[in-house]
Design a protein around this ligand. Structure first.
Ligand SMILES: [Zn+2]
Length: 156
């Protein structure tokens, strides 16, 4: 799925990495003739790409960005106490990821386009919620679960 470029940094080898709004990094190398991105080696060139989109494969793999830490968790919810908001399409804020942890029972987790995914999370299982992607959950009978929210550990 497409993610906006928020910034750039260089890795330990001096290659440029685009910092995407989802929290993932993506190499944007200029190594002609294999990778031709002359814009990336100048400050003006990089600035001109801020806000433009790159496809992020790591989001499509539901991969929590590295350097992200849990900062908040919900109470345990049951089929009776699950907030209506979680049963309707909703999404996290930019830069916020979540992990659904099912303690007992089963919970159906449905993800909307651009990521399409559906699974039943079993007791002891967890599933990743990708930042800003619409989804909802449905109890499959009795269930007990909670949600942990993650953000970049170095963000203010
Ligand atoms: Zn991503």
């Amino acid at each position: 799925m497409l993610r906006a470029i928020d910034g750039f940094h260089q890795d330990e080898r001096g290659d440029w990495v685009a910092e995407l709004r989802c929290g993932h990094g993506q190499h944007v190398r200029h190594h002609p003739p294999f990778f031709s991105r002359p814009w990336v080696v100048t400050e003006e060139g990089r600035a001109s790409r801020l806000g433009s989109d790159l496809p992020c494969v790591l989001c499509e793999r539901f991969e929590l960005p590295s350097g992200f830490e849990a900062y908040k968790r919900t109470p345990d919810f049951t089929a009776a106490s699950i907030p209506d908001g979680l049963k309707r399409h909703h999404s996290t804020k930019p830069g916020v990821w979540a992990v659904i942890n099912v303690l007992e029972g089963r919970l159906r987790y449905v993800v909307e386009p651009p990521l399409v995914h559906e699974e039943v999370i079993e007791a002891g299982g967890r599933a990743v919620v990708v930042a800003e992607v619409l989804h909802h959950v449905e109890p499959e009978g009795e269930v007990r679960f909670f949600v942990e929210f993650y953000r970049c550990a170095t963000a203010r």
